[in-house]
Design a binder for this molecule. Structure first.
Ligand code: SF4
Length: 339
């Protein structure tokens, strides 16, 4: 059956939908140059494709198409209380792409959007203008890779590079680029900057094998992080989300030991940790799409419209993992998300 599906499905990005308004945008032209064989379809608005009714998320995920669109206001959003601000009061995020080439079974994007296709907003300059406006009033902490994995798309997008260039002009801007990729070939071209933090999410081997489909292995990510540290990049390690699995203590202990055996702890900017949490509405959508997923169908507890593990379990996991991290990293550098 898998073979049959494999033959019937189109290869990734076989179709690229392009909003008429941005056909001449330099980023559109550059992105299209990477996919000469794709069929191009002009559209009026990305939502005409992205928000169609009765889409099959799982099937689309196996054969993703690309949609090039124009981002309309708002360009910048307040950071969510479900994410950490690392002590930065002016915490914002920007999304210049929606959806991801990886397929983590626990990813909230599956519950947030009706389609698995990837949308790229090509008009980065409008986001930059809004950041400049914000910077007139206060320092800004901006996360740019929440609703996608920007570094995994870098080879055809080039947006991370543009953020490196932009942030170089604004010392009061701090940018976090979060990733599960191991894309060193892109990173090695950039010059490390104090105000750009490369944040890698790391999971234990069992979570990676079972739930993080298509992502580089934890060891591949570690190899990339090692090179990034050696080159002088600001690096954050995110043990987030922590997932409750069989033998979780052993699995996370081994992960943390491996990480600090390989990486120089004193070079790491900081570390974040937090157990799995998700808005109730998103999880409801995910359960409809994946009724047999053990990770999604765990009996979470709901409070304030957010599902989390029962508090005794999340307290136990947090305290155990925090205790392990403290052996390697000063406490003030460990950021814990807690409900
Ligand atoms: S890498 Fe991040 S954005 Fe991509 S599927 Fe996994 S959790 Fe979602």
């Amino acid at each position: 059956m898998n073979g049959l599906c494999g033959n019937l499905l189109n290869p990734p990005f076989s179709h690229i939908y392009i909003e008429r308004d941005i056909t001449d945008h330099p980023n559109t032209i550059k992105i299209l140059s990477h996919f000469p064989k794709s069929r191009q379809v002009l559209i009026k608005h990305y939502k005409d494709i992205f928000c169609r009714s009765r889409q099959n998320y799982s099937l689309q995920k196996q054969s993703q198409n690309l949609i090039l669109a124009k981002k309309r206001s708002p360009f910048i959003y307040q950071g969510s209380p479900l994410c950490q601000n690392f002590g930065n009061p002016n915490f914002y995020y920007a999304n210049m792409a929606i959806n991801c080439v990886f397929h983590c079974e626990y990813c909230y994007l599956q519950g947030m959007y009706p389609s698995a296709n990837i949308v790229v907003f090509v008009n980065l300059e409008d986001i930059f203008d809004d950041v400049r406006m914000l910077l007139k009033n206060c320092p800004v902490y901006l996360c740019i890779s929440y609703d996608t994995d920007l570094l995994a798309l870098e080879k055809f997008l080039g947006f991370s590079e543009k953020w490196f260039e932009f942030a170089g002009f604004y010392p009061h801007l701090t940018v976090e680029l979060r990733t599960k990729s191991a894309n060193w070939s892109s990173l090695e071209k950039f010059t490390p900057q104090e105000n750009i933090i490369l944040a890698w999410t790391l999971s234990c081997d069992r979570v990676w094998e079972k739930y993080e489909h298509g992502t580089p292995s934890p060891m591949q990510r570690l190899n990339c992080i090692e090179k990034a540290l050696a080159k002088g990049f600001q690096v954050r390690i995110c043990f987030d989300p922590i997932i409750y699995i069989k033998d979780w203590e052993k699995q996370y202990r081994e992960l943390i030991e491996t990480v600090f055996l390989k990486l120089p702890a004193d070079k790491i900017k900081d570390v974040s940790m937090g157990s799995f949490r998700i808005p109730c509405g998103y999880l409801k959508n995910m359960r409809k799409n994946k009724p047999y997923s053990s990770i999604i169908n765990y009996p979470f507890r709901a409070a304030n419209d957010v599902y989390t593990y029962p508090s005794d379990l999340s307290d136990k996991m947090n305290s155990y993992i925090h205790g392990l991290l403290k052996k390697y990293i000063p406490e003030e550098k460990i950021f814990l998300w807690n409900n």
